[in-house]
Write a protein that binds this ligand. Structure first.
Ligand code: ADP
Length: 393
Protein backbone atom coordinates (compact mmCIF):
# COMPACT_ATOMS: atom_id res chain seq x y z
CA UNK A 1 0.00 0.00 0.00
CA UNK A 2 1.17 3.57 -0.67
CA UNK A 3 2.95 5.12 2.32
CA UNK A 4 1.62 8.19 4.11
CA UNK A 5 3.13 11.32 5.63
CA UNK A 6 1.45 13.28 8.43
CA UNK A 7 2.10 16.94 9.13
CA UNK A 8 1.62 18.58 12.52
CA UNK A 9 1.51 22.29 13.19
CA UNK A 10 1.20 22.77 16.94
CA UNK A 11 0.39 26.25 18.23
CA UNK A 12 -0.38 27.71 21.63
CA UNK A 13 -4.07 26.82 21.66
CA UNK A 14 -4.56 24.58 18.63
CA UNK A 15 -2.93 21.70 16.76
CA UNK A 16 -3.46 21.30 13.02
CA UNK A 17 -2.83 18.07 11.15
CA UNK A 18 -2.71 17.06 7.50
CA UNK A 19 -2.36 13.63 5.98
CA UNK A 20 -0.73 12.99 2.61
CA UNK A 21 -0.45 9.75 0.66
CA UNK A 22 2.33 9.08 -1.80
CA UNK A 23 0.57 7.95 -4.99
CA UNK A 24 2.35 7.36 -8.27
CA UNK A 25 5.33 9.34 -7.05
CA UNK A 26 3.28 12.39 -6.00
CA UNK A 27 2.12 13.59 -2.59
CA UNK A 28 -1.65 13.78 -2.43
CA UNK A 29 -3.49 15.47 0.41
CA UNK A 30 -6.22 13.17 1.76
CA UNK A 31 -7.33 14.87 4.99
CA UNK A 32 -6.71 17.88 7.12
CA UNK A 33 -8.12 19.07 10.42
CA UNK A 34 -7.48 20.72 13.74
CA UNK A 35 -8.24 20.71 17.42
CA UNK A 36 -8.85 24.23 18.69
CA UNK A 37 -9.40 25.57 22.19
CA UNK A 38 -6.98 23.11 23.84
CA UNK A 39 -7.36 24.85 27.20
CA UNK A 40 -10.93 26.13 26.96
CA UNK A 41 -13.58 24.12 25.10
CA UNK A 42 -11.68 21.76 22.79
CA UNK A 43 -13.23 21.16 19.41
CA UNK A 44 -11.94 18.76 16.76
CA UNK A 45 -12.87 18.79 13.11
CA UNK A 46 -11.40 16.83 10.19
CA UNK A 47 -12.16 17.26 6.51
CA UNK A 48 -11.42 15.27 3.42
CA UNK A 49 -9.61 16.86 0.49
CA UNK A 50 -12.91 18.12 -0.92
CA UNK A 51 -13.61 20.02 2.31
CA UNK A 52 -16.37 17.68 3.54
CA UNK A 53 -16.39 17.18 7.32
CA UNK A 54 -15.52 13.55 8.03
CA UNK A 55 -14.85 13.73 11.77
CA UNK A 56 -15.91 16.07 14.57
CA UNK A 57 -15.84 16.02 18.34
CA UNK A 58 -16.38 18.57 21.13
CA UNK A 59 -15.20 18.12 24.68
CA UNK A 60 -17.11 21.07 26.15
CA UNK A 61 -15.80 23.71 28.50
CA UNK A 62 -14.28 22.46 31.70
CA UNK A 63 -12.56 19.56 29.89
CA UNK A 64 -9.26 21.07 28.69
CA UNK A 65 -7.22 18.59 26.67
CA UNK A 66 -3.87 20.39 26.69
CA UNK A 67 -1.28 19.49 24.09
CA UNK A 68 -0.81 15.90 25.32
CA UNK A 69 -4.51 15.02 25.16
CA UNK A 70 -4.95 16.70 21.78
CA UNK A 71 -1.94 14.90 20.31
CA UNK A 72 -3.23 11.53 21.57
CA UNK A 73 -6.61 12.19 19.95
CA UNK A 74 -5.07 13.31 16.65
CA UNK A 75 -2.70 10.36 16.45
CA UNK A 76 -5.53 7.94 17.19
CA UNK A 77 -7.59 9.59 14.46
CA UNK A 78 -4.70 9.53 11.97
CA UNK A 79 -4.20 5.81 12.67
CA UNK A 80 -7.87 5.19 11.83
CA UNK A 81 -7.47 7.16 8.59
CA UNK A 82 -4.36 5.17 7.69
CA UNK A 83 -6.38 1.94 7.71
CA UNK A 84 -3.24 -0.18 7.76
CA UNK A 85 -1.22 2.10 5.48
CA UNK A 86 2.42 2.64 6.54
CA UNK A 87 3.09 6.00 8.20
CA UNK A 88 6.52 6.82 6.77
CA UNK A 89 7.07 9.89 8.92
CA UNK A 90 5.74 13.02 10.55
CA UNK A 91 6.74 16.52 9.50
CA UNK A 92 6.51 19.32 12.04
CA UNK A 93 6.39 23.05 11.64
CA UNK A 94 9.04 24.55 13.90
CA UNK A 95 9.25 28.31 13.93
CA UNK A 96 12.90 28.85 14.84
CA UNK A 97 15.83 26.83 13.49
CA UNK A 98 18.47 29.34 14.56
CA UNK A 99 21.74 29.77 12.67
CA UNK A 100 22.53 26.04 12.41
CA UNK A 101 19.54 24.79 10.47
CA UNK A 102 19.66 25.82 6.84
CA UNK A 103 17.45 22.89 5.88
CA UNK A 104 14.74 20.68 7.39
CA UNK A 105 16.25 18.01 9.60
CA UNK A 106 15.38 14.61 11.02
CA UNK A 107 14.95 15.06 14.76
CA UNK A 108 16.77 13.07 17.41
CA UNK A 109 17.43 13.92 21.05
CA UNK A 110 20.45 16.11 20.19
CA UNK A 111 18.55 18.13 17.55
CA UNK A 112 15.65 18.58 19.96
CA UNK A 113 18.00 19.88 22.63
CA UNK A 114 19.45 22.39 20.15
CA UNK A 115 15.95 23.55 19.14
CA UNK A 116 14.94 23.99 22.77
CA UNK A 117 17.66 26.64 23.09
CA UNK A 118 15.63 28.81 20.72
CA UNK A 119 12.50 28.87 22.90
CA UNK A 120 13.26 32.40 24.23
CA UNK A 121 13.48 33.65 20.62
CA UNK A 122 9.98 32.49 19.76
CA UNK A 123 8.14 32.18 23.06
CA UNK A 124 4.67 32.13 21.48
CA UNK A 125 5.42 29.25 19.12
CA UNK A 126 8.59 27.25 19.72
CA UNK A 127 7.60 25.49 22.99
CA UNK A 128 4.32 24.33 21.43
CA UNK A 129 6.01 23.26 18.17
CA UNK A 130 8.45 21.11 20.11
CA UNK A 131 6.01 19.52 22.58
CA UNK A 132 4.65 16.84 20.18
CA UNK A 133 8.15 16.08 18.87
CA UNK A 134 9.38 15.40 22.39
CA UNK A 135 6.40 13.24 23.19
CA UNK A 136 6.71 11.17 19.99
CA UNK A 137 10.46 10.71 20.48
CA UNK A 138 9.57 9.00 23.76
CA UNK A 139 6.49 7.06 22.73
CA UNK A 140 7.36 6.19 19.10
CA UNK A 141 11.16 6.43 18.83
CA UNK A 142 11.27 4.55 15.50
CA UNK A 143 8.85 6.91 13.76
CA UNK A 144 10.90 9.34 11.64
CA UNK A 145 10.19 12.95 12.59
CA UNK A 146 11.31 15.91 10.52
CA UNK A 147 11.47 19.51 11.75
CA UNK A 148 10.80 22.12 9.04
CA UNK A 149 11.73 25.66 9.99
CA UNK A 150 10.18 29.02 9.25
CA UNK A 151 13.66 30.50 9.30
CA UNK A 152 15.47 28.22 6.80
CA UNK A 153 14.15 29.91 3.66
CA UNK A 154 15.77 33.19 4.71
CA UNK A 155 19.20 31.78 5.59
CA UNK A 156 20.42 32.59 2.08
CA UNK A 157 19.66 36.33 2.41
CA UNK A 158 22.66 38.57 1.74
CA UNK A 159 24.69 39.18 4.88
CA UNK A 160 23.66 42.85 4.99
CA UNK A 161 20.00 41.86 5.14
CA UNK A 162 20.77 39.62 8.12
CA UNK A 163 22.73 42.17 10.15
CA UNK A 164 21.86 44.52 12.96
CA UNK A 165 24.32 47.36 13.53
CA UNK A 166 25.40 45.88 16.86
CA UNK A 167 28.99 44.89 17.70
CA UNK A 168 29.98 42.32 15.08
CA UNK A 169 30.67 39.57 17.67
CA UNK A 170 26.95 39.52 18.39
CA UNK A 171 26.20 38.72 14.76
CA UNK A 172 28.73 35.88 14.94
CA UNK A 173 27.07 34.66 18.13
CA UNK A 174 23.72 34.46 16.33
CA UNK A 175 22.07 37.80 17.11
CA UNK A 176 20.88 38.43 13.59
CA UNK A 177 17.81 38.89 11.43
CA UNK A 178 16.44 35.38 10.84
CA UNK A 179 13.05 36.09 9.28
CA UNK A 180 9.97 33.87 9.59
CA UNK A 181 6.98 32.52 7.62
CA UNK A 182 9.63 30.89 5.42
CA UNK A 183 7.56 27.79 4.68
CA UNK A 184 4.76 30.00 3.42
CA UNK A 185 7.11 32.06 1.22
CA UNK A 186 8.79 28.93 -0.08
CA UNK A 187 5.42 27.48 -1.05
CA UNK A 188 4.33 30.70 -2.78
CA UNK A 189 7.66 30.88 -4.62
CA UNK A 190 7.21 27.26 -5.74
CA UNK A 191 3.86 27.97 -7.43
CA UNK A 192 4.51 31.56 -8.55
CA UNK A 193 5.55 30.40 -12.03
CA UNK A 194 2.05 28.95 -12.56
CA UNK A 195 0.50 32.44 -12.48
CA UNK A 196 3.27 34.84 -13.51
CA UNK A 197 6.52 33.53 -14.95
CA UNK A 198 8.04 37.03 -15.28
CA UNK A 199 7.59 37.58 -11.54
CA UNK A 200 8.77 34.06 -10.69
CA UNK A 201 12.09 34.86 -12.35
CA UNK A 202 12.08 38.51 -11.32
CA UNK A 203 11.39 40.78 -8.34
CA UNK A 204 8.43 40.05 -6.17
CA UNK A 205 7.17 41.11 -2.74
CA UNK A 206 5.02 38.55 -0.95
CA UNK A 207 2.75 39.77 1.85
CA UNK A 208 1.94 37.05 4.37
CA UNK A 209 -0.85 38.81 6.24
CA UNK A 210 -2.40 36.76 9.03
CA UNK A 211 -2.48 36.95 12.81
CA UNK A 212 1.26 37.00 12.41
CA UNK A 213 2.16 39.26 9.48
CA UNK A 214 5.36 39.70 7.54
CA UNK A 215 6.59 40.55 4.06
CA UNK A 216 9.39 39.09 1.99
CA UNK A 217 11.35 40.34 -1.03
CA UNK A 218 11.95 37.49 -3.50
CA UNK A 219 14.51 37.67 -6.27
CA UNK A 220 13.99 34.79 -8.71
CA UNK A 221 12.22 32.90 -5.93
CA UNK A 222 14.91 33.44 -3.27
CA UNK A 223 14.47 35.53 -0.14
CA UNK A 224 16.69 38.62 -0.16
CA UNK A 225 15.05 40.67 2.61
CA UNK A 226 12.17 40.29 5.05
CA UNK A 227 10.40 42.33 7.69
CA UNK A 228 10.70 39.98 10.67
CA UNK A 229 14.03 39.79 12.45
CA UNK A 230 15.68 38.04 15.36
CA UNK A 231 12.21 37.16 16.60
CA UNK A 232 8.74 37.14 15.04
CA UNK A 233 7.93 40.38 16.90
CA UNK A 234 9.68 42.63 14.36
CA UNK A 235 8.35 44.31 11.24
CA UNK A 236 4.63 44.88 10.72
CA UNK A 237 2.14 45.41 13.52
CA UNK A 238 0.13 42.18 13.93
CA UNK A 239 -2.87 40.79 15.78
CA UNK A 240 -1.28 41.23 19.21
CA UNK A 241 2.40 41.95 18.38
CA UNK A 242 3.69 45.49 18.00
CA UNK A 243 6.15 44.98 15.14
CA UNK A 244 9.16 47.25 14.69
CA UNK A 245 9.77 49.40 17.77
CA UNK A 246 12.38 51.95 18.76
CA UNK A 247 14.58 50.03 21.25
CA UNK A 248 14.61 53.22 23.33
CA UNK A 249 10.96 52.54 24.22
CA UNK A 250 12.03 49.32 25.94
CA UNK A 251 14.76 51.09 27.91
CA UNK A 252 12.26 53.74 28.98
CA UNK A 253 9.72 51.14 30.08
CA UNK A 254 12.35 49.27 32.07
CA UNK A 255 13.95 52.28 33.70
CA UNK A 256 10.97 54.58 34.24
CA UNK A 257 8.08 52.15 34.54
CA UNK A 258 9.99 49.34 36.25
CA UNK A 259 8.84 46.71 33.75
CA UNK A 260 10.79 43.46 33.72
CA UNK A 261 11.48 41.07 30.83
CA UNK A 262 8.36 39.00 31.46
CA UNK A 263 6.09 42.05 31.48
CA UNK A 264 7.73 43.40 28.33
CA UNK A 265 7.26 40.06 26.59
CA UNK A 266 3.58 40.10 27.49
CA UNK A 267 3.28 43.70 26.25
CA UNK A 268 5.12 43.17 22.96
CA UNK A 269 3.63 39.79 22.04
CA UNK A 270 0.16 39.76 23.56
CA UNK A 271 -1.12 43.24 24.34
CA UNK A 272 0.03 45.28 21.34
CA UNK A 273 -0.64 45.33 17.61
CA UNK A 274 -4.24 45.52 16.40
CA UNK A 275 -5.56 44.60 19.84
CA UNK A 276 -3.50 47.19 21.68
CA UNK A 277 -4.24 50.04 19.29
CA UNK A 278 -7.95 49.30 18.79
CA UNK A 279 -8.84 48.11 22.27
CA UNK A 280 -11.47 46.11 20.36
CA UNK A 281 -9.96 42.95 18.90
CA UNK A 282 -6.88 41.36 17.37
CA UNK A 283 -9.05 39.89 14.62
CA UNK A 284 -9.14 41.73 11.29
CA UNK A 285 -12.71 40.65 10.54
CA UNK A 286 -13.89 42.22 13.80
CA UNK A 287 -11.90 45.40 13.15
CA UNK A 288 -13.26 45.84 9.63
CA UNK A 289 -16.79 45.36 10.96
CA UNK A 290 -16.37 47.79 13.85
CA UNK A 291 -17.45 51.47 13.93
CA UNK A 292 -15.08 52.29 16.79
CA UNK A 293 -12.67 55.07 15.76
CA UNK A 294 -9.75 53.18 17.30
CA UNK A 295 -10.59 50.05 15.31
CA UNK A 296 -10.32 52.20 12.18
CA UNK A 297 -7.08 53.69 13.49
CA UNK A 298 -5.60 50.20 13.98
CA UNK A 299 -6.51 49.23 10.39
CA UNK A 300 -5.08 52.54 9.13
CA UNK A 301 -1.83 51.89 10.97
CA UNK A 302 -1.63 48.33 9.62
CA UNK A 303 -2.01 49.52 6.01
CA UNK A 304 0.34 52.47 6.50
CA UNK A 305 3.06 50.24 7.94
CA UNK A 306 2.63 47.74 5.09
CA UNK A 307 2.98 50.60 2.61
CA UNK A 308 6.22 51.77 4.22
CA UNK A 309 7.72 48.30 4.42
CA UNK A 310 6.80 47.79 0.78
CA UNK A 311 8.88 50.83 -0.14
CA UNK A 312 11.80 49.41 1.82
CA UNK A 313 11.58 45.93 0.24
CA UNK A 314 11.13 47.43 -3.23
CA UNK A 315 14.35 49.38 -2.62
CA UNK A 316 16.14 46.16 -1.60
CA UNK A 317 15.01 44.61 -4.91
CA UNK A 318 15.67 47.70 -7.06
CA UNK A 319 11.99 47.82 -8.09
CA UNK A 320 9.24 45.22 -8.26
CA UNK A 321 7.50 43.13 -10.91
CA UNK A 322 4.75 41.69 -8.71
CA UNK A 323 2.97 41.80 -5.36
CA UNK A 324 1.46 38.64 -3.91
CA UNK A 325 -1.05 38.51 -1.03
CA UNK A 326 -1.38 35.39 1.10
CA UNK A 327 -2.57 34.04 4.52
CA UNK A 328 -5.85 34.79 6.35
CA UNK A 329 -6.00 38.55 5.75
CA UNK A 330 -4.11 38.54 2.44
CA UNK A 331 -6.35 35.85 0.96
CA UNK A 332 -9.68 37.10 2.32
CA UNK A 333 -9.68 40.79 3.20
CA UNK A 334 -10.37 42.68 -0.06
CA UNK A 335 -10.53 46.10 1.70
CA UNK A 336 -6.99 45.63 3.06
CA UNK A 337 -5.66 44.51 -0.34
CA UNK A 338 -7.32 47.53 -1.94
CA UNK A 339 -5.67 49.94 0.46
CA UNK A 340 -2.26 48.30 0.15
CA UNK A 341 -2.47 48.46 -3.64
CA UNK A 342 -3.46 52.13 -3.42
CA UNK A 343 -0.35 52.74 -1.27
CA UNK A 344 1.65 50.92 -3.97
CA UNK A 345 0.35 53.00 -6.90
CA UNK A 346 3.66 54.94 -7.01
CA UNK A 347 5.44 51.62 -7.69
CA UNK A 348 3.24 50.97 -10.72
CA UNK A 349 0.44 48.86 -9.22
CA UNK A 350 -2.96 49.47 -10.80
CA UNK A 351 -5.74 47.62 -9.02
CA UNK A 352 -8.71 46.05 -10.78
CA UNK A 353 -11.33 46.74 -8.08
CA UNK A 354 -13.79 44.16 -9.32
CA UNK A 355 -11.16 41.42 -9.56
CA UNK A 356 -10.04 42.28 -6.04
CA UNK A 357 -13.56 42.05 -4.65
CA UNK A 358 -13.97 38.72 -6.45
CA UNK A 359 -10.84 37.40 -4.68
CA UNK A 360 -8.42 37.27 -7.60
CA UNK A 361 -6.24 35.40 -8.34
CA UNK A 362 -5.19 38.36 -10.52
CA UNK A 363 -5.86 41.69 -8.78
CA UNK A 364 -4.17 44.12 -11.15
CA UNK A 365 -5.46 45.49 -14.46
CA UNK A 366 -3.89 44.14 -17.64
CA UNK A 367 -2.27 47.59 -18.14
CA UNK A 368 -0.64 47.55 -14.68
CA UNK A 369 3.17 47.74 -14.83
CA UNK A 370 3.37 45.65 -11.65
CA UNK A 371 1.08 42.63 -11.38
CA UNK A 372 -0.75 41.84 -8.14
CA UNK A 373 -2.04 38.41 -7.12
CA UNK A 374 -3.69 36.36 -4.41
CA UNK A 375 -1.96 33.02 -3.95
CA UNK A 376 -3.34 30.90 -1.08
CA UNK A 377 -0.49 29.62 1.00
CA UNK A 378 -0.03 25.95 1.90
CA UNK A 379 2.66 25.51 4.52
CA UNK A 380 1.52 21.95 5.20
CA UNK A 381 2.25 20.70 1.70
CA UNK A 382 5.65 22.39 1.85
CA UNK A 383 6.34 20.51 5.09
CA UNK A 384 5.14 17.24 3.54
CA UNK A 385 7.45 17.75 0.54
CA UNK A 386 10.43 18.43 2.81
CA UNK A 387 9.61 15.49 5.06
CA UNK A 388 9.46 13.17 2.07
CA UNK A 389 12.87 14.37 0.88
CA UNK A 390 14.51 14.05 4.30
CA UNK A 391 13.22 10.55 5.03
CA UNK A 392 13.72 9.44 1.42
CA UNK A 393 10.39 7.88 0.43
P1 ADP B 1 -2.38 32.70 11.68
O1 ADP B 1 -1.23 33.66 11.69
O2 ADP B 1 -2.96 32.44 13.04
O3 ADP B 1 -2.16 31.45 10.84
P2 ADP B 1 -4.33 33.33 9.63
O4 ADP B 1 -3.43 33.31 8.44
O5 ADP B 1 -5.34 32.25 9.77
O6 ADP B 1 -3.53 33.54 10.97
O7 ADP B 1 -5.11 34.75 9.59
C1 ADP B 1 -5.98 35.12 10.61
C2 ADP B 1 -6.47 36.53 10.30
O8 ADP B 1 -7.16 36.53 9.04
C3 ADP B 1 -7.45 37.08 11.34
O9 ADP B 1 -7.12 38.41 11.66
C4 ADP B 1 -8.76 37.03 10.58
O10 ADP B 1 -9.65 38.02 11.03
C5 ADP B 1 -8.32 37.32 9.18
N1 ADP B 1 -9.35 36.94 8.22
C6 ADP B 1 -9.77 35.71 7.87
N2 ADP B 1 -10.81 35.80 7.00
C7 ADP B 1 -11.04 37.13 6.81
C8 ADP B 1 -11.97 37.89 6.03
N3 ADP B 1 -12.88 37.30 5.28
N4 ADP B 1 -11.90 39.23 6.09
C9 ADP B 1 -10.99 39.85 6.86
N5 ADP B 1 -10.08 39.19 7.61
C10 ADP B 1 -10.11 37.86 7.59
Amino acid sequence: MDPAIAVLNAGSSSIKFSLFVLRAGALELTHRGRIEGLFTAPHFVARDRGGQIVGEKSWGSGAPLGHGGALAHLLGYVRELLAGRHLAGIGHRVVHGGANHLQPVRVDAAVLEDLERHVPLAPLHQPHNLAPIRELLETAPDLPQVACFDTSFHRGMPQLAQMFALPFEMYEQGVRRYGFHGLSYEYVASVMGDVDSRAAHGRCVVLHLGNGSSMCALLAGHSVATTMGFTAADGLPMGTRCGALDPGVLLYLMERRGMDARQLQELLYQQSGMLGVSGVSSDMRALLASDEPRARLAVDLYCYRIGRELGSLAAALGGIDALVFTAGIGENAAPIRERVCQHAAWLGVELDGEANRAGGPRLSTTASRVSAWVIPTDEESMIARHTRTVIGV
